[in-house]
Write a protein that binds this ligand. Structure first.
Ligand SMILES: [Zn+2]
Ligand SMILES: [Zn+2]
Length: 216
């Protein structure tokens, strides 16, 4: 199964599991199907959003112009498959530890934790081109803080495989998808499903490192 098929399938699974996020996940699933299809152009996207988008996006689709504040959403949906393909073919080095995407220099939208036998790694994922690159476990990708005391991790019963990794030095956070707890997780989809963790983190005064498709 390729990456876009896994996204489509996972969005359907999580929509059934998390009723609070099901509307957004069903919409995301439609976007992922759209992105993998042969007619991923602006008019088709506007039609899809008008039919299945959130009320705010439906309104944006009606008066879409480059100066509209939500124009970025449409651009991101349209350019993501191309960036993803270019990044995959680029041969960019994903083993050098750096805070931003080695291909397109965006800040990471999520972190990923893998089993020890698999390198015990923490990687970061780009929301724009889907590149995943290596990073250290105890290091803030925003400000470079390394003091364990200043890097609290928060978990919840609702999302046992997702942690909020915060930094008390710069007050930013990133959500980490723990594949040792759920090997079927698809980081960019599970990150969207865990919206309640974003609301919680905002209440604690933390800012998200990089927005996902629906945060912007
Ligand atoms: Zn990237
Ligand atoms: Zn920091």
């Amino acid at each position: 199964m390729n990456r876009s098929q896994r996204r489509i399938e996972r969005a359907g699974e999580l929509a059934a599991r998390y009723p609070n996020a099901s509307e957004m996940l069903r919409f995301y699933r439609e976007l992922a199907i759209f992105q993998s299809g042969p007619h991923a152009d602006l008019p088709s996207l506007v039609a899809l959003v008008s039919r299945a988008g959130t009320p705010v996006l439906q309104e944006a689709a009606r008066r879409l112009a480059p100066e509209h504040p939500l124009y970025g959403f449409f651009e991101r949906v349209l350019e993501q498959p191309r960036f993803e393909q270019q990044a995959a073919q680029s041969g960019v080095d994903t083993r050098t530890v750096q805070p931003n995407c080695p291909f397109c220099f965006e800040k990471p939208v999520a972190a990923v934790l893998r089993p020890e036998g698999d390198g015990g790694r923490r990687t970061l994922v780009c929301g724009r081109c889907s590149t995943e690159w290596e990073f250290r476990r105890l290091l803030c990708p925003n400000c470079g803080e390394e003091d364990r005391e200043k890097l609290p991790v928060y978990t919840s019963d609702e999302f046992p495989h997702i942690r909020v990794e915060a930094c008390d030095a710069c007050r930013h956070y990133i959500k980490a998808i723990d594949l040792t707890r759920d090997g079927n997780a698809v980081p960019e989809v599970d990150e969207i499903a865990a919206l309640p963790l974003d609301l919680w983190a905002a209440e604690q005064g933390y800012r998200k490192l990089a927005p996902n498709l629906f945060d912007c």
